[in-house]
Design a protein. Structure first.
Ligand SMILES: Nc1ncnc2c1ncn2[C@@H]1O[C@H](COP(=O)(O)OP(=O)(O)OP(=O)(O)O)[C@@H](O)[C@H]1O
Ligand SMILES: [Mg+2]
Length: 254
């Protein structure tokens, strides 16, 4: 579904990504792991159009995503969450999730202002879908609250609901359980497992190895901007290069 080849990204003179290549098969969970600063978020930003890669190609079906604007990429059916939450704090939980449907909501301001019966019907349909997405992540009872008053764990789940509400072809998740406690992590793990069983294609960046090993069909390992390993969770777990990448960093920071 998604095919990366030779993807590079430089910040100033420094390479954050260098010759990254792998594929994300349809209907599978691909986990992207690696030590802090490996380039995982940079890669998610390149795929979603937040950053333009400096080199290489990112193909999604027939489309070349490298250099394409984020809203065009979203319209192709790629949704994402952010490592550091990007919600609209003053909007309600429901309205935050509705922003995940802007691609479908139509663009005519005049039409929206006329409030034609058809548009009111359409608006109700979109709200219903947003409520369904909230329900799926256990947040339906919080729909009317301003998102700013929610606990951190709930905010993370609002982002998940917003990413999934449009039933995208591909969802990019940047550390969906970072900062969550054990119960919250287990709940999100369940919810992601359900998406997987439904055939949702996911690219999951995550440090929680238990979650990764339980969910992923394949694991890709980045270290210092390079792909150092790829394979099944079991293969990657016993790959000496992967152990070295993680242990090396631990020794360096010890
Ligand atoms: N906008 C930016 N400008 C300059 N350097 C950046 C920028 N974004 C990321 N970097 C650098 O690129 C490298 C990769 O960062 P990135 O955030 O992609 O790592 P990561 O794998 O997501 O790490 P973490 O696990 O800590 O989230 C780091 O050295 C980082 O300092
Ligand atoms: Mg990151």
């Amino acid at each position: 579904m998604l095919q990366l080849e030779g993807v590079g990204k430089r910040f100033g003179g420094l390479p954050a990504l260098d010759g990254v290549g792998f594929t994300v098969p349809k209907g599978q969970v691909t986990a992207l792991i690696g030590p802090n600063g490996a380039g995982k978020s940079t890669l998610i930003n390149c795929i979603s159009g937040v950053l333009a890669p400096s080199a290489g190609s990112i193909r999604f079906g027939q489309a070349e995503l490298a250099g394409m604007a984020p809203h065009h990429i979203a319209r192709l059916g790629i949704a994402r969450t952010f490592q550091n939450l990007k919600l609209f704090p003053r909007l309600s939980v429901l309205d935050n999730v509705l922003t995940g449907l802007t691609c479908e909501a139509g663009r005519s301001m005049v039409m929206a202002m006329l409030r034609l019966p058809y548009l009111r019907h359409r608006e109700r349909q979109l709200k219903l879908r947003a409520l369904e997405a909230l329900d799926r992540f256990g947040l339906a009872d919080k729909a009317a609250l301003p998102v700013s008053i929610l606990a951190y764990g709930d905010k993370k789940r609002v982002e998940l609901a917003r990413a999934c509400v449009s039933t995208p072809r591909l969802v990019l998740l940047d550390e969906p359980v970072a900062g969550l406690n054990a119960d919250e992590t287990a709940a999100v793990g369940e919810q992601l497992g359900r998406l997987r069983r439904e055939g949702q294609t996911l690219l999951l960046v995550e440090h929680d190895m238990e979650l990764v090993m339980g969910l992923a069909d394949q694991v890709v390992v980045l270290d210092s901007g390079r792909c150092i390993a790829a394979g099944s969770p079991a293969e990657v777990r016993r790959n000496p290069l992967v152990l070295e990448a993680y242990l090396g960093k631990m020794e360096a920071t010890a």
